[in-house]
Design a protein around this ligand. Structure first.
Ligand code: XIL
Length: 319
C-alpha cells in the first residue's frame, strides 16, 4: 500500500517528512523506516542545529551534532528543513548571561546566523530563521534579543540569513498559530507584515502543530489560518506535527487521535500554499512529549513495537 511521502508527492506537495535526532540512529528498525523515501521525503534535526550545539562559546562553532542528520538526509536523497537559527530556548548560556551593548549583540547575532546558514548553504530547502518569538497575547517575547535590540533583532536575523543562503526559504516558526487568535494575528502583523514593510525577505510561516487529542483546532480553522498567511504571499508548512493523548491509550483516544491527525494533514491538502507536512518524530519511544507534558504520550504515528497507530491510516486517508 502507498506510503506517506509517496502519497503527499502524488497530491502535489513537496514532501512528507519527520524530525529525528542522533541518539535514535542506533536503532536499525527505526533507521530503516526513517530512510525509506516512500515514507519520509524530508528530515529535520530535532536538536542538532540549535544555538547551544552550534555556538557553545562566543565565536566557537561546532557543526558536528547537526551534521549527523543532515548527512543522513543527503545520503538518503531526502529534503532538509533546517531548525533553527534564533530561539530563546536551548540557547547557549553565554547569550543570556553576558551584559550586551546593542552593537555587540548585533554583531554576535549576525555572526551566529551567518556562520550557521553559510555552513549548510544550498542544502536546506527551508530555514526556521526565527522560532517562537511571540507570547500567547501576541506581544513579542521578552527574551535577551528583544531586551537589548527591540524588535529590530528580527529584521537583523532575517537579513543575515538571506545574505548567507539566498536560495533557502526563510520561515518564521511557532506553536498556537494554527487557529484564529491573538498570536496568529500577531504573526501577520508583527512578524510577516513588519518584515515586508521593512523590505526584508520572509518566505514562509511554519505551523508547529503540537496538538492534544480531542482539542485540536478544526480543519476549517486550520485552513482559514493557513490561508491568512498565504494571502500575504507566504508559503506555509506544518512543521512539527504531533497529537498527544492523556495516558493510557484506549481505543477511543487512538480513534480520536486519528481524526485529529487527519484534519491537520487534510487542512494542508486543501491549501495550495501549504508545501508539506513534517511530524515531530514518528516513533513513540523517542517523542519529546512524555518528557515535557506529564501524563501525556503516544503522540506519534508508530507504537514502540513499530506497529502503526490508527492515526497513520488517518494521515493516509487525508493524503
Ligand atoms: C524539542 C526536542 O524535540 C527535544 O528533544 C528537546 O529536548 C526540546 O526541544 N518546539 C520546537 C522544537 O521548535 O525545537 C522543540 O524540540 C519542540 C517544541
Amino acid at each position: 500500500s502507498a506510503q506517506l511521502n509517496q502519497l503527499a508527492k502524488a497530491a502535489g506537495k513537496l514532501y512528507f517528512g519527520t524530525a529525528t535526532d542522533n541518539g535514535e540512529l542506533g536503532n536499525e528498525q527505526y533507521v530503516k523506516i526513517l530512510s525509506d523515501t516512500k515514507e519520509f521525503g524530508q528530515l529535520v534535526p530535532s536538536n542538532g542545529q540549535k544555538w547551544f550545539a552550534i555556538e557553545p562559546e562566543l565565536g566557537v562553532f561546532n557543526f558536528t551534532y547537526g551534521e549527523v542528520v543532515t548527512k543522513l538526509a543527503k545520503k538518503n536523497k531526502q529534503m532538509l528543513r533546517c531548525h533553527n537559527l534564533v530561539w530563546h530556548s536551548q540557547l547557549a548560556p553565554w547569550v543570556d548571561s553576558l551584559t550586551w551593548s546593542k552593537k555587540n549583540l548585533t554583531e554576535a547575532l549576525i555572526r551566529h546566523v551567518t556562520a550557521e546558514a553559510k555552513h549548510w548553504k544550498g542544502q536546506c530547502y527551508a530555514w526556521d530563521v526565527l522560532n517562537e518569538a511571540l507570547n500567547e497575547d501576541g506581544t513579542y517575547r521578552n527574551d535577551t534579543f528583544l531586551q537589548v535590540l527591540g524588535p529590530s533583532y528580527i529584521e537583523i536575523a532575517f537579513r543575515a540569513a538571506a545574505a548567507a543562503d539566498p536560495h533557502a526559504k526563510l520561515y518564521y516558526n511557532d506553536y498556537n498559530i494554527e487557529s484564529p487568535n491573538a498570536k496568529s494575528a500577531s504573526v501577520r502583523k508583527n512578524i510577516v507584515g513588519m518584515l515586508q514593510k521593512a523590505g526584508v525577505k520572509i518566505d514562509g510561516v511554519g505551523l508547529q502543530s503540537h496538538f492534544i487529542v480531542g482539542s485540536t483546532p478544526t480543519i476549517d480553522e486550520q485552513i482559514s489560518t493557513m490561508r491568512s498567511y498565504e494571502k500575504m504571499g507566504m508559503e506555509v508548512a506544518i512543521t512539527e506535527l504531533d497529537v498527544r493523548l492523556e495516558e493510557p491509550e484506549t481505543a477511543a483516544n487512538l480513534a480520536q487521535q486519528s481524526l485529529d491527525y487527519k484534519s491537520s494533514v487534510g487542512a494542508c491538502m486543501q491549501v495550495d500554499g501549504c508545501v508539506g507536512i513534517t511530524v515531530w518524530d514518528f516513533w513513540d519511544p523517542v517523542s519529546w512529549v512524555p518528557d515535557v507534558f506529564t501524563g501525556f504520550g503516544s503522540a506519534t504515528l508508530y507504537f514502540a513495537n513499530f506497529t502503526k497507530h490508527p492515526a497513520y491510516y488517518g494521515v493516509v486517508e487525508a493524503l
